[in-house]
Design a protein around this ligand. Structure first.
Ligand SMILES: Nc1ncnc2c1ncn2[C@@H]1O[C@H](COP(=O)(O)OP(=O)(O)OP(=O)(O)O)[C@@H](O)[C@H]1O
Ligand SMILES: [Mg+2]
Length: 558
């Protein structure tokens, strides 16, 4: 008989494997520990991190604490006070339910728990290292729990290798805590990063105060209240006015029964409700919590479908979509900002943008001096159509019709040095010109042409793009993920004229900008580049630096 090839793993190895599912980076540890504090009924939760959580994470709460016995039990796998029978899984109302977080964290770190139940005389300290219980001692201390995690992943070098820089990890932690704080406005949160207080919420139950603390006054002032209730679904929160759009979904904070999740269904319902109010490719700023009432003791959502509990399943996706759509639609309607009711939304955005652009409008001569082949080259951004339409003499009557409907008449290839002679301008948008050599007319879309000229100019700089130093470098706020990709690609960005410096987990200082770009547009521009980098997966994998350069130049030019 052949020797058996299957081993039963020893508990230490099995624990390390299981831990990998729950804890993949410092932010996951913070999420689990803070969720435990929430389940313990804390009113104040404090998170302190050193070196992006890699050196130390400490989460303290004033919740119910644990007695000496529970303080040791909690480190065992499947030890939980939140679930005791299969029926409990049908209607989970606590953040935790698996009894996996603490043993997973303990398996990959050096852990200390200081905890005291309100009715106990003494607190308990439990120490463990790499999953092994080292000591249990009595101590003095206030009611509540403080968990300290040091040297995360000290015994799993492979995992450690995949972590990003300290500031990137700190950014993720900031995002996690900000999301939870927006979901629990009645609880006061603080985040201290390397001894500096970087986030604090008052815990007064007022979500708008949390939004002000996290996003700042300016954004909070543009948030519209969302309140909706029908068919067992209650939705509350805030959603941004349409002029508060962002270039990524990072600003959509979604919670179901106060649990932060990501959901395609919910995101698309929100975005559908904004419909044409937002410019294409942009997303709203939204913070909503959706509460489902249990039907016959069973919840219509299943939270037990994802190792990190980030996704859930709905019994009735359609009902969820419809409720979220109606909730957001109502919030927008209440503010009378539907296009039918007031001149806002896409059209007004467009007009505003056009006006802004007009201030930086290229001189007509500047355009017509450009070599015609620049204008006739491939368009920078297809959404703007061709930069120039050529109307050959024989086709002029029909060509005029097609020009007015953005039809495209294939242009001839003019000689490189062909200059154009302007004849007039239509609606401040189009230039009608004739060529010194060709017969017929050229209708030039001024904006598309301007974009193409900038693109061409930038592209021709095969090395570094000339940059302008900003006298007062603005500090731009991003999500942790956006700040991460920007910092990771700082070298490429600097080559392309954007010099940035990360000054906080979610803050980036913009020191230089390409010479052609008006500084007022910097924030949007860098935000768009961040979104682009996230979409394309950064500079890793198949994204050659050349491709990124091309994509960023396009964004800059538009
Ligand atoms: N901050 C805390 N205050 C009071 N009790 C706590 C705290 N943290 C953990 N516990 C206790 O320890 C138990 C184990 O925690 P752990 O996070 O490992 O599992 P869980 O929260 O029950 O489930 P999950 O793995 O889904 O998080 C909890 O059920 C709770 O009883
Ligand atoms: Mg837990």
């Amino acid at each position: 008989m052949n020797k058996p090839t299957i081993n039963i793993l020893d508990p230490a190895t099995a624990n390390l494997i299981a831990a990998g599912e729950v804890v993949d980076r410092p932010a996951a540890v913070v999420k689990e520990l803070v969720e435990n504090s929430l389940d313990a009924g804390a009113a104040h939760i404090s998170v302190e991190i050193i070196r992006g959580g890699l050196e130390r994470i400490r989460v303290s709460d004033d919740g119910q604490g644990m007695n000496r016995w529970d303080a040791q039990l909690c480190l065992l796998r499947h030890a939980t006070s939140k679930v005791s029978s299969p029926a409990d899984l049908n209607n989970i109302r606590t953040m935790g339910f698996r009894g996996e977080a603490l043993p997973s964290i303990a398996a990959v770190s050096k852990l200390e728990i200081l905890t005291k139940a309100a009715d106990a005389d003494l607190a308990t300290i439990v120490r463990a290292e790499g999953g092994k219980l080292l000591e249990v001692t009595d101590a003095g201390g206030p009611s509540g729990t403080t968990v300290t995690v040091t040297e995360l992943f000290f015994n799993t070098p492979a995992r450690k290798k995949f972590l990003k820089s300290v500031s990137v990890e700190a950014g993720h932690i900031h995002d996690v805590l900000a999301g939870i704080a927006m979901t629990f406005p009645g609880i006061s949160f603080r985040l201290v990063n390397n001894s500096r207080l970087v986030l604090w919420t008052p815990g007064d139950g007022n979500l708008i105060n949390v939004l002000t603390a996290i996003y700042g006054q300016e954004i909070a002032a543009k948030m519209l209240p969302v309140t909706f209730s029908a068919d067992g679904i209650t939705i509350s929160g805030y959603t941004g006015r349409p002029d508060l759009y962002r270039s990524s979904r990072q600003w959509e904070t979604l919670a179901v029964n106060s649990r932060l999740i990501t959901s395609r269904t919910i995101s698309s319902a929100i975005e559908r409700a904004y419909h044409s109010l937002l410019p294409q490719g942009t997303y709203p700023v939204t913070v909503i919590n959706i509460e489902f009432s249990a039907v016959n003791g069973e919840s219509p959502v299943d939270v037990n479908v994802h190792p990190q509990k980030k996704e859930i399943k709905f019994a009735n996706e359609k009902a969820v979509f419809s409720a979220v759509y109606r909730a957001i639609d109502l919030a927008l309607q209440n503010q009378a900002i539907r296009p039918s009711e007031a001149p806002s939304g896409r059209l007004s955005e467009f007009v505003k943008k056009e006006n802004e652009k007009k201030e930086n409008k290229p001189a007509m001569n500047n355009l017509v001096d450009a070599p015609a082949d620049v204008l006739l080259d491939r368009p920078v951004d297809k959404s703007h159509g061709e930069a120039m339409i050529y109307l050959p003499p024989s086709s002029m009557p029909t060509a005029w019709e097609s020009a007015s409907t953005y039809g495209h008449v294939p242009p001839p290839a003019p000689e490189k040095e062909t200059g154009l002679i302007p004849l007039g301008q239509i609606d401040d948008c189009y230039i009608v010109a004739k060529s010194a050599r060709e017969q017929g007319l050229f209708v030039i879309d001024q904006h598309a042409a301007h974009e193409r000229i900038i693109y061409q100019r930038l592209y021709q700089n095969s090395g570094r793009i000339p940059a302008q130093q900003l006298l007062i470098p603005p500090v731009l706020r991003f999500s942790g993920r956006e700040a991460e990709v920007l910092t990771e690609n700082a070298d490429i960005l600097e080559e392309l004229g954007y010099k940035i410096e990360q000054v906080g987990p979610t803050a980036v200082k913009l020191l230089e900008l390409p010479a052609d770009i008006p500084s007022g547009t910097a924030e949007n521009m860098v935000g768009e580049i961040a979104a682009l980098l996230i979409k394309s997966g950064g500079n890793s994998g198949e994204n050659a630096p050349g491709m990124l350069r091309h994509a960023i130049l396009q964004t800059t030019a538009c």
